[in-house]
Design a protein around this ligand. Structure first.
Ligand code: NAP
Length: 504
């Protein structure tokens, strides 16, 4: 049976696809493949809904978004089971992901008016007879294209903020997690039944491409850099702006004064949780030479008890996307061929659909395991002279997303954090920046551009609107053909006094 998708819409396309449990290959549900006309219909419906949603105003939207947050919190158990079934991740990890999404909806709902609402700004001496007002208006309809690895948390970083900014949203989840996407859309429709403010379109990459070409007012894309390039090309046809949250190759840098037990524990979690399928997961570690061997021992010790599986005691689940095991295998094989030392696991750790923990040392920096996103439960550990060399190697990547510094000296840790080219850095923890809703999230280079989360994330889904209102007649009427030479001379004399002084 084809799953209902919560849009109350007749779908013209007759093509369908199955969503599978990656651990058991059982069919979870069957979904329609939205064709071009279906996507266009959905966006058309979203246009009407966008006007209604925008007219509700800040208070009306806030009240509904908080009701949605409360609904998700109350039914978190059901959603977590669905996330577990569709991605294979352990239920507690799914709950953690949902909880983070809830925190972000809450923040976006409560701060949208403060960040985006109208405010007076100083008009300056030249325009002192004008009042100046700045406000951020909704874009209209935002298309959100999401990945499968965090099917609630990741798209919510765009959906929650786009809705709070007053937009309607058309959401295209990954073909691997359409049921989770459907749940989110249906749950929103339960608390906002009046208009299809949040809708779902399902299908594979082609449906995402159709959404990018559909004339929506912005695309919020999360996925790989390779796909981001295709989505950007599709968006270019209509000059549709895009925010791109792409992959990473995040590094952890461990200083000689670091708490090594805490660093090893955080590294194990950062590298292995969710089977390493985390954009801000730790894939490379650079450790100061004095503590290198001790850290490596502690990490190996910590990792020995970590086990993948589908049972309730498993630490992480299977590879959600079956093809990922081949990429992981190729990265391990390439590293070993270049002389890397397997400290824990190796090629034999790949037992499809599972991959056991893999720690590789002495991996040449030009190896794929160091340069490319592995997206598996593997990590490379290298010796460096100090934090500065660690930063230098961490920055020698085409990715720049997140990262971690472990060091007790606050000043040195802050300096290293600032010097990392990434968009986010955690000190003495991993991934903590994602749980602070007031902080922006995003990267540069092959990790993408633009920001979700925080005030920047709200502004990403709004259009700045500048308004001046003349309050009194100007002393000098400069924007008129009746302007006199005397007025102009007065202006230039004033400019010379105000701005012409020499600076040394
Ligand atoms: P992906 O293959 O790039 O797909 C991402 C989304 O784009 C999916 O919904 C996909 O649909 C869709 N898509 C594929 N081809 C398309 C096309 N030609 N036009 C429009 N849409 C298209 O990435 P993924 O494998 O789902 O996710 C893993 C990647 O996401 C990793 O690189 C990871 O680091 C990154 N990621 C980044 C963040 C972040 O916030 N920076 C967060 C999570 C994940 P189908 O799945 O149906 O093909």
């Amino acid at each position: 049976m084809v799953a209902t998708i919560g849009n109350q819409q007749t779908i013209r396309s007759t093509e369908v696809f199955d969503s599978l449990n990656p651990a058991t290959s059982e069919v979870i549900a069957t979904f329609p493949v939205f064709g071009e006309a279906d996507v266009a219909d959905t966006v058309q419906r979203a246009r009407q809904a966008a006007s209604w949603w925008a007219e509700l105003g800040w208070a009306g939207r806030q009240q509904r978004l908080l009701a949605w947050k409360s609904h998700i919190t109350r039914y978190m158990g059901r959603l977590a089971e669905l996330v577990h079934n569709e991605t294979g991740k352990p239920v507690p990890d799914a709950q953690l992901e949902i909880l983070l999404a809830i925190v972000h909806i809450d923040w976006a709902a409560k701060h949208a008016r403060r960040v985006l609402g109208p405010r007076r700004v100083r008009s300056g001496l030249v325009a002192m007879n004008h009042a100046a007002v700045l406000e951020y208006q909704p874009l209209g309809v935002v298309g959100v294209i999401g990945p499968w690895n965090y099917p609630v948390f990741t798209p919510m970083g765009s959906i929650g903020y786009a809705l709070a900014a007053g937009n309607a949203v058309v959401f295209k989840p990954s073909e691997l997690t359409p049921a989770v996407g459907g749940w989110l859309v249906s749950s929103f429709a339960e608390v906002v039944p009046e208009q299809p403010v949040l809708q779902l379109v399902t299908g594979a990459g082609q449906t995402g491409g159709q959404l990018a070409r559909s004339g929506v007012d912005k695309i919020a894309f999360t996925g790989s850099a390779t796909t981001a390039r295709k989505v950007m090309a599709a968006c270019a046809e209509n000059l549709t702006p895009i925010v791109a949250e792409c992959g990473g190759k995040d590094a952890m840098i461990v200083g000689s004064d670091a708490d090594l037990d805490a660093a090893a524990d955080a590294c194990a979690w950062g590298a292995l949780s969710n089977a390493g399928q985390t954009c801000v997961g730790i894939e490379r570690v650079y450790v100061a030479q004095d503590v290198y061997h001790t850290f490596l021992e502690k990490l190996a010790d910590r990792v020995t008890s970590v086990r993948p599986g589908d049972d309730r005691e498993a630490d992480y689940g299977p590879m959600t996307m079956p093809g990922q095991a081949e990429i992981i295998e190729s990265h391990i094989a390439d590293a070993l061929a270049r002389g890397a030392r397997p400290v824990v696991g190796g090629i034999a750790s790949i037992r499809r659909p599972y991959v056991g923990p893999v720690i590789l040392a002495d991996v040449p920096e030009e190896s794929k395991a160091v340069t490319d996103e592995t997206f598996g439960p593997t990590v490379t550990v290298a010796k460096v002279a100090d934090l500065a060399e660690g930063v230098e190697l961490a920055n020698a990547s085409r990715y720049a997303l997140g990262g971690t510094v472990f060091a007790k000296n606050k000043k040195a840790a802050m300096a290293a954090a600032r010097a990392l080219r990434s968009g986010m850095t955690a000190i003495n923890s991993v991934i903590s920046f994602a749980s602070v809703p007031s902080l922006p999230f995003g990267g540069s280079g092959d990790s993408g551009f633009g920001r979700i989360h925080g005030a920047d994330g709200l502004r990403e889904f709004a259009r700045p609107k500048a308004i001046t209102r003349q309050r009194m007649k100007p002393l000098l009427n400069l924007t008129s053909f009746t302007r006199s030479d005397k007025d102009m001379n007065r202006l230039l004399a004033g400019a010379a006094i105000l701005h012409g002084r020499r600076y040394r």
